[in-house]
Ligand binder design. Structure first.
Ligand SMILES: [Zn+2]
Length: 447
């Protein structure tokens, strides 16, 4: 049974994962109680009932992997992450926004070396993999304070270089987008040139949008628009279907309409929003047809890089938020199936990759996760779809395949040494905090 998982698949061999409950997330929302997915190389070649798939492919003598008692889902997609902030986990808990930025995050980012960034990314990657993520959108930014000092043109040119060098590398798994940290440190020229370059190179733009009321206030004062960032981005035609707008918390009704009309994708990061920003009008966006996906944001804004936790939180906080509009909560808002869409198919649309990933369908990439529900956290399962959102923990995800290759098997990542990374990260983060002069005040009475 385990043989099929030990080696990366050869391009000619076929692996059939069968006898699993398969949540395909395809357009018909098919769920197979006893289903199978067949993979050749990096591609899914069949999805259906176990018996049918096994008999159809038997003449090719495929490897069979029995997943009895397990769920099989598309890999989850995290549409807003800062991998270089992982070493900053816990450096800015329970502090106000100015302390968060000035005394913790900017010193952390501006003292970070390339090695620190690499170790941080490895550590973040480990957590992403354990939480079932097969694709993520990096927001960029470990040298923000340096960027702010330099000419805006510098950042734009360096991003074009990155695109030329790395776009579509690693078998097409790396895609380079343009990143705009946020509007307050972007000139008009940077915004419009980024807009045009992304169009010309047929790629996306990832930007923090309408995070705090102060941001909208600055935009209103500087640009003379009547509301905030979203209204201004519409004015300069940056609201387009290749824009991935992170957070998008402080938007009014008209702006929700603008996001919908222009096809902008929104990355909802519920934990970070509650930590620092506020409640985004997610139900209103979904009702208006905006494509909303899920992100964790960076470790100093969230602490947990688990999209599984974000699925749970997204459902709960948006039910609770209804109290502000209706005077009572609404438990029917953002049901489990909507949350699963946000973490899979909407994630794929948000990263402009929906033709290849986001669901288990013939012709798509073999990105998938195996969930073992037989644990104290999930049992008993009466409604498997709601269980995946309200009960599943990161620990229930046992194996992960990306691009046809097993990355995690039985909760162990097979592509790197997790213990080694943890040791390196511990040292790098404490050295970095010393260099940056960041001191975390003691709480309680330490003896
Ligand atoms: Zn962010």
């Amino acid at each position: 049974m385990e043989e099929g998982r030990q080696q990366p698949l050869k391009s000619s061999s076929i692996l059939v994962l069968h006898d699993a409950l398969i949540v395909t997330m395809d357009s018909h929302k098919r769920v197979f109680r006893n289903g199978a997915v067949a993979v050749r190389g990096d591609t899914i070649i069949a999805v259906g009932q176990s018996q049918d798939i096994i008999s159809q492919l038997s003449y090719l003598s495929p490897q069979l992997l029995n997943l009895h008692g397990h769920f099989l889902l598309p890999g989850l997609i995290n549409t807003h992450v800062h991998t270089s902030q992982q070493l900053g986990r816990g450096i800015a808990d329970d502090v106000d926004l100015l302390t968060w930025l000035h005394d913790r995050i900017w010193p952390y980012e501006s003292n970070m070396t390339e090695d620190d960034s690499y170790i941080s990314t490895l550590l973040c990657g480990i957590e992403l993999i354990h939480s079932g993520v097969t694709c993520f959108a990096e927001a960029g930014g470990q040298h923000v304070s340096e960027w702010q000092r330099r000419l805006n043109g510098w950042e734009y040119v360096s991003q074009k270089d990155l695109h030329k060098k790395y776009h579509n590398t690693a078998d097409g798994r790396i895609r380079i987008w343009f990143g705009l940290r946020q509007i307050m440190n972007s000139t008009d020229r940077l915004l419009t040139e980024t807009r045009d370059a992304a169009k010309q190179l047929n790629t996306g733009i990832h930007m923090h949008v309408a995070e705090i009321p102060y941001e909208n206030q600055v935009v209103v004062e500087r640009q003379g628009v009547d509301h905030g960032t979203v209204t201004y981005l519409e004015k300069i035609k940056l609201l387009q279907d290749n824009l991935l707008a992170a957070h998008t918390v402080w938007v009014n009704e008209d702006e929700v309409g603008l996001l919908s009309k222009s096809g902008v994708k929104v990355s909802h990061c519920p934990a970070a929003a509650m930590h620092m920003l506020g409640f985004a009008p997610i139900r209103e966006m979904i009702d208006a047809g905006v494509c909303v996906s899920l992100g964790t944001d960076g470790a100093p804004s969230n602490n947990r890089m688990s999209i599984v936790d974000e699925m749970y939180l997204a459902s709960l906080i948006n039910k609770g938020r209804e109290v502000f509009g209706k005077g009572t909560t609404d438990p029917t808002v953002l049901p489990a199936e909507t949350i699963l869409e946000m973490a899979t198919t909407n994630g794929a649309k948000s990263v402009l990759w929906d033709k290849e990933i986001g669901s288990l369908e013939v012709g798509k990439k073999a990105d998938m996760i195996v969930v073992n529900p037989s644990s104290w956290s999930m049992m008993p399962v009466h409604d498997c779809i709601s269980s995946l959102v309200y009960c599943m923990r990161t620990e229930n995800i046992t194996s992960l395949m990306c691009n046809g290759r097993w990355i995690m098997v039985d909760k162990k990542i097979v592509t790197l040494n997790e213990e080694e990374v943890i040791v390196m990260a511990k040292k790098a983060s404490s050295d970095l905090l010393k260099r940056a002069g960041i001191q975390i005040p003691s709480r309680m009475n330490f003896l």
